[in-house]
Design a protein around this ligand. Structure first.
Ligand code: PGA
Length: 248
């Protein structure tokens, strides 16, 4: 049995409206969910308040992004203070869509990580290689470099979850095999052991994301270093319940 509490995050991305998200929420509220799994739903920022007011208290609410300072003249941005004010307790940072669609740099992601942790939010920090990087056999270099920038900005690892999400697996239906996921997770834990500490390496949840479904989640969850999932498409479907219960 892993000493780490299984963690499943849903990432609704820019999908849904009050009606359809309300249905997703109703499904979760009435489902039988494994108590041993920590569950968080990543809502679009405009629906943070709505999600928090509707979701059962055993499910946390996450924002999908935020800015690196508490307030100011940053049109269109939201702050960790605002996420807290709307009842959110987590934020997803460094998602591949933020990195590759919106051009966020490692440096900016690091600054956001530091500020969110100082603001008492938990951080789901995402890393992952692109297809051409995997093919060039640079996966390790890429994910270690991304992890280093995150680690340089973390003082307290208790509220950090590391999400390994190979870019080629996100939204493509092409999931990493359990062996591929385990291989990278194990290396990441080794990196934490060598560069942060033994206890952080043992305690930090490393979760997998990229085309996780009700059908493939159990085999992935059975891997020694897979401590949960970050789920996009399937988090909007009833099968999200099966993913939450993957390690039951
Ligand atoms: P997906 O997305 O499950 O739809 O592949 C995962 C993610 O982007 O976090």
């Amino acid at each position: 049995m892993s000493p780490r509490k299984f963690f499943v995050g849903g990432n609704w991305k820019m999908n849904g409206d009050k009606e359809t998200l309300g249905e997703v929420i109703m499904t979760l509220n009435t489902a039988s969910l494994n108590d041993e799994t920590e569950v968080v739903c990543g809502a679009p920022s405009i629906y943070l308040d709505y999600a928090r007011s509707k979701l059962d208290r055993r499910i946390g609410v996450a924002a999908q992004n935020c800015y690196k300072v508490p307030k100011g003249a940053f049109t269109g941005e939201i702050s960790p203070a605002m996420i807290n004010d709307c009842g959110g307790s987590w934020v997803i940072l460094g998602h591949s869509e933020r990195r590759h669609v919106f051009g966020e740099s490692d440096e900016l992601i690091g600054q956001k990580v530091a500020h969110c942790l100082e603001s008492d939010l938990g951080v789901i920090a995402c890393i992952g290689e692109k297809l051409e990087e995997r093919e060039a056999e640079t996966t390790e270099d890429v994910v270690f470099a991304q992890t280093k920038v995150i680690a340089d900005n973390v003082k307290d690892w208790a509220r950090v979850v590391l999400a390994y999400e190979p870019v080629w697996a996100i939204g493509t239906g092409r999931t990493a095999t359990p062996d591929q996921a385990q291989e990278v997770h194990e290396k990441l834990r080794g990196w934490l052991r060598a560069n942060v500490s033994e206890s952080v390496a043992d305690s930090v949840r490393i979760i997998y994301g990229g085309s996780v479904t009700g059908g493939n989640c159990k085999e992935l969850a059975a891997q020694a270093d897979v401590d949960g999932f970050l789920v996009g498409g399937a988090s909007l479907k009833p099968e999200f319940v099966d993913i939450i219960n993957a390690c039951s």
